[in-house]
Design a protein around this ligand. Structure first.
Ligand code: BT5
Length: 322
């Protein structure tokens, strides 16, 4: 209902719309309209009441709601349906719930805040209210499950490119799932899959980006390693524009990969954006440390490390420190 009211007010941006017209059109009482208008105001919509003329929308807040993201979004699949939460445990968990209920690919879950945002291996992802992009995208690619790790790389390229295009800031990718700005983590990606032996049921790509946090907003535990785009850009960044750009770029890379089976061009861009290659790295894998020089990324998205003895070791997952 609130989305419908906003849509009508947006379509009549120059002319006030009376409560009576809204209630007739939406088939609810004028009191209900008035309640929704007040809720929208609490959410940050600036709606003017002009005596005996009606409501006029003056300003919209930077929220990741479906109506705001979808206006101006030119994708064909990603974001066809967007479900927005003010507060949620984890957008990945919600996307998986919808996936199990048979929801189509392209569904996007966004949230203003996550109370149990997830990183890999049960780690926490801190997702404070209204300052970041916390979203998950449901995909149902018709490819073999062993190809799934490529989605993290693909998403990292799409997000890094989008940040650069939208803000002009130079970011890098740290294998496998971090986006780095000024040597700190600005974004993490969590790809989760549900598959049978030969077929993927669904993939959920979860993207968390620190957008408008100020330095002091980060908690003690992450303030030495986390950074936001705002801290470097020194001006507020539209979460809506960045979200739309990510969905657009992600769709482009996704279709290139699944329809044209072209992963090599994505890999090439990944390598150009990487901050690991030809550098000394340390990987912690199942509690064991492997040290060496990161030499390459394989076609399957694994990291190739040359150890002290000159032997090449292929790492499919792990945490890299530089
Ligand atoms: C990740 O895990 O980097 C994946 C993060 C994915 C988050 C998104 S948000 C939308 C979707 N819904 C979810 O529930 N998750 C996804 P990992 O590589 O394991 O890194 C986790 C580590 O990053 C933590 O242990 C902290 O040290 C650090 N960290 C936590 N919150 C952070 C933040 N906001 N910014 C930077 N670093 C953070």
């Amino acid at each position: 209902m609130k989305d419908k009211i906003i849509q009508i007010l947006k379509e009549n941006s120059k002319n006030p719309v009376s409560g009576e017209k809204l209630s007739e059109y939406l088939k609810v009482s004028r009191t209900a309209i008035w309640k929704h208008i007040n809720q929208l105001r609490q959410e940050g919509y600036e709606i003017e009441s002009l005596p005996s003329r009606g409501y006029l929308l003056k300003n919209t807040p930077d929220v990741l709601s479906s109506i705001e993201i979808q206006s101006g979004l030119k994708t064909h699949i990603l974001g066809n349906k967007i479900i927005h939460f003010d507060s949620i445990d984890s957008t990945n968990e919600k996307a998986k719930e919808y996936a199990l209920q048979g929801e189509k690919e392209g569904l996007v879950i966004t949230a203003e805040e996550q109370t149990k945002g997830k990183g890999r291996k049960g780690r926490d992802w801190i997702s404070s209210k209204g300052s970041g992009i916390w979203m998950s995208i449901l995909l149902r690619p018709d490819i073999a499950p062993c190809q799934a790790p490529k989605f993290t790389l693909l998403a990292a390229v799409a997000v890094a490119k989008s940040i650069q295009e939208e803000t002009g800031l130079l970011v890098h990718i740290k294998w496998p799932n971090d986006i780095i700005l000024n040597k700190k983590k600005v974004c993490g990606i969590l790809t989760e899959m549900n598959a049978e032996l030969d077929r993927i049921n669904y993939i959920v790509v979860g993207i968390g980006i620190n957008v408008n946090q100020q330095e002091n907003d980060f908690s003690e535990e992450i303030k030495n390693k986390a950074i936001s785009l705002f801290e470097v850009k020194k001006s507020k960044i539209s979460r809506q524009n960045l979200t739309r750009r990510i969905l657009t770029n992600l769709e482009k890379y996704y279709l290139n990969f699944v329809k044209k089976e072209d992963f090599s061009s994505i890999l090439k861009e990944w390598k150009e954006l990487s901050c690991n290659l030809e550098k000394e790295v340390k990987v912690v894998l199942n509690g064991k440390e492997i040290e060496g020089i990161a030499k390459d990324i394989t076609e399957d998205g694994a990291l190739l490390i040359e150890n002290r003895e000159g032997k090449l070791i292929e790492i499919c997952y792990g945490d890299v420190s530089v």
